[in-house]
Ligand binder design. Structure first.
Ligand code: MN
Length: 257
């Protein structure tokens, strides 16, 4: 089995190192990831400039490839031939914040998994809800080991022909591994607390930060957010067909005259 590991935090992020190390127990691992942080970049296809791929090494000395494109660019390049050996599974992360509810539309971690599916390969996004008040360096290894074991089971499970699933995995922060369990979930409701922070540059011109507090969410049963709140690992199967069935049902009669 040949596994591509990528992320949206940059190839040198500690979450990627832990995930790459854990995935080596499942098969051969190649790493192709962005050379900088692309968090919250959404689904990107870079078409207006060339993309460069450079050889680098992870902190454990293992070889990796760094690209100046977005996470989804990295996956597309890898699967279109930059990595010659066919890839069986793409796994993205570990992102140092959960991706819940509508976060999936912003998340570079998740769009890397989406890009895998578009290119005919199963994709798994892995995110870890690290407490905001955590002191010191977070532990990614426990989550990585658990994510790798779940990825093994997801990959081995029977699935419909011609379907390349996208899984959004979120883990609560449990360095001792004392998870409440695993839940298959649907996207929950995120509550954003974004606030506009307007400042003035040295010449008196305004500029803006999208700031505010960390998003919260609604503790609904069966949702990704609800699972995490109660200490469960959340696994949400995603699809990219965003057609709204209610919209189809409720659409008005339209005419051109
Ligand atoms: Mn990120």
């Amino acid at each position: 089995m040949h596994i591509l590991v990528t992320n949206d935090d940059g190839v040198q992020a500690p979450g990627l190192l832990a995930l790459a190390q854990a995935m080596r127990k499942l098969g051969r691992v190649s790493v192709l990831a962005p050379d900088k942080n692309w968090s919250a970049c959404g689904h990107v296809k870079t078409m207006s400039r060339p993309l460069r791929v450079n050889e680098t090494r992870l902190a454990d000395g293992s070889p990796a490839l760094a690209c100046d494109g977005a996470p989804s660019d990295c996956v597309a390049l890898a699967l279109m031939g930059v990595i010659e050996e066919p890839v069986d599974l793409v796994i993205s992360g570990i992102n140092p914040n959960a991706n819940l509810g509508l976060d999936v539309t912003y998340s570079g971690t998740v769009t890397a998994a989406m890009e895998a599916s578009i290119n005919g390969v199963m994709g798994i996004a892995v995110s870890l809800e690290i407490p905001a008040d955590l002191q010191g360096a977070p532990d990614f290894m426990t989550a990585a080991t658990t994510a790798a074991e779940l990825a093994r089971q997801l990959y081995a499970a029977p699935r419909r022909a011609a379907r390349q699933p996208i899984w959004n995995m979120n883990l609560p922060y449990r360095p001792n591994g004392d998870y409440a369990g695993v839940q298959i979930t649907r996207q929950g409701v995120r509550i954003y607390q974004d606030a506009l922070d307007k400042r003035l540059d040295p010449r008196g011109h305004p500029y803006y930060w999208i700031g505010g507090d960390h998003p919260t969410g609604r503790d609904d049963e069966g949702t990704d957010f609800g699972a995490l709140v109660h200490g469960f690992i959340s696994l949400t199967p995603l699809r990219m067909d965003m057609t709204d069935p209610d919209g189809l049902e409720d659409a008005p009669e339209l005419s051109l005259n």
